[in-house]
Design a protein around this ligand. Structure first.
Ligand code: AMP
Ligand code: GLY
Length: 427
């Protein structure tokens, strides 16, 4: 099977790595890929989706897997399907679950799926009136895609009104903020749940936990994610069941009922409040770095999972996972997430420790190959992934690997998976 992976981050590297290890995959392409994906397959420098579909046809690509939200929201799946190509991901209409927070909130309301109480509006007076009804902290969100920056947790009524005014005037996020959501603050802990769906059937993956803040102890600014681990012990069978029955199943059913069946990865960002799950957001793709810890846990061949999901055959799949834990530590460049950093060469020591070579690997993200040398050229540069029979073992391998990776200005959190290990060091 010839497979094309769309995207250029660590997530796409992880998907590519799983496909590379799958004997059914004969050729692997990345569009555009990064300096690291070159060791897995061929990078294709085509940004236009119509042209990329033409490339896929010409090269006889059997399956395309889309990593990031941007191409999905822009309709890459519709373009590929029109050409008769098999592609894993939601259509443009289904991608609205991530592309428009208002669409998502209204969908949740319509299908009685638990979420924070809210209003959506483009009128400042309405926003202000609802803000006055709430007790701070108060959450204000821009409607459209804002690269993860469109959410303000305001500590006072004034701050919430200012944030809403800045969004509605277009000052903060341009057109993405022309409509806003004001919602109540949910106080609990966050969980990411991923389900792979073919539009009708779905498979829930082990629950992962991300670490969004830059610094240890969940301090500092928000980032795309500084590390993740899976499965997390923060979820038990009873909670899985609630999440499946109240959130995943009605969402897949509801999207089908809307005439926009959801095919692809449904990423539910949840807040667990007193044991009850609420939807904070949906994304229509894998999380990054969550994908980097989920892919190596997958025992089912990756091509089979994605192909069956893309061809409405998921009911025929008995999905299997390794009985292991994975921990991923993101190594970022000096100025992340504030700005660009100077490119710096990455040196990875030869891994002589046999156990380490067997239990840990790197997923490359913001890297470029320049004259045969690998350089850190992006914000999140790479992810060190460790695998083990316990979270602690997986974490220890991941951190051992970080010690073998060198580039100027490298930084990473030292406490990934701390919530899981806090209560039980040997878990
Ligand atoms: P979102 O992009 O909607 O997931 O929001 C980004 C982050 O803001 C979430 O991961 C939460 O940490 C936080 N957040 C969003 N909405 C709420 C809410 N209603 N209550 C508490 N925290 C929230
Ligand atoms: N790691 C969170 C995300 O990909 O949105």
């Amino acid at each position: 099977m010839k497979v094309l992976v769309v995207g250029s981050g660590g997530r796409e590297y992880a998907i590519g790595r799983a496909l590379k290890n799958d004997p059914a995959v004969t050729e692997l392409f990345f569009a555009p890929g990064n300096g690291g994906t070159l060791e897995l397959g061929e990078n294709v420098d085509i940004g236009d989706y119509t042209e990329l579909a033409r490339f896929a046809k010409e090269r006889g690509i059997d399956l395309t897997v889309v990593g990031p939200e941007q191409p999905l929201v822009e309709g890459i799946v519709d373009i590929f399907r029109k050409e008769g190509l098999t592609i894993f991901g939601p259509t443009q209409k289904a991608a609205l679950l991530e592309g428009s927070k208002i669409y998502m909130k209204n969908f949740l309301k319509k299908y009685n799926i638990p979420t924070a109480r809210y209003i959506e509006t483009s009128v400042m007076e309405e926003a202000a009136a609802f803000i006055d009804e709430l007790t701070p902290p108060i959450v204000v969100k821009a409607d459209g895609l804002c690269a993860g920056k469109g959410v303000i947790i305001a500590q006072s009524h004034e701050e919430a009104k200012e944030a809403a005014a800045r969004m509605l005037s277009g000052e903060a996020f341009g057109p993405a903020g022309e409509r806003v959501i004001v919602e109540e603050y949910l106080d609990g802990y966050e969980l990411s749940i991923f389900a792979i769906s073919d539009g009708e059937n779905y498979k829930i993956l082990p629950a992962a936990q991300d670490h969004k803040r830059l610094l240890d102890g969940d301090q500092g600014p928000n980032t795309g994610g500084m590390g993740a681990y899976a499965p997390t012990p923060l979820i038990d069978e009873a909670l899985y069941k609630k999440i499946e029955e109240r959130i995943i199943a009605p969402t897949i059913k509801g999207m089908a009922a809307e005439g926009t069946p959801f095919e692809g990865v449904l990423f539910a960002g949840l807040m667990i409040v007193d044991g009850e799950p609420y939807v904070l957001e949906f994304n229509v793709r894998f999380g990054d770095p969550e994908c980097e810890v989920l892919m190596p846990l997958l025992k089912t061949p990756a091509s089979e999972l994605f192909y069956k999901a893309a061809t409405k055959n998921l009911d025929a799949l008995d999905i299997q996972f390794h009985n292991k834990y994975a921990v991923g530590v993101v190594m970022a460049s000096e100025n992340y997430p504030y700005g660009k950093s100077k490119p710096s060469e990455i040196i990875v020591d030869e891994i002589v420790h046999k156990d380490l070579a067997e239990h840990a690997h790197i997923c490359y993200a913001g890297v470029s190959l320049i004259e045969g040398k690998l350089y850190a050229t992006g914000g999140r540069v790479l992810v060190c992934v460790g695998l083990g029979d316990t979270i602690k073992e997986a974490r220890d391998y991941a951190y051992m690997l970080t010690g073998q990776v060198h580039f100027a200005g490298k930084k990473f959190r030292r406490d990934i998976a701390y919530q899981a290990l806090r209560d039980d060091e040997n878990r």
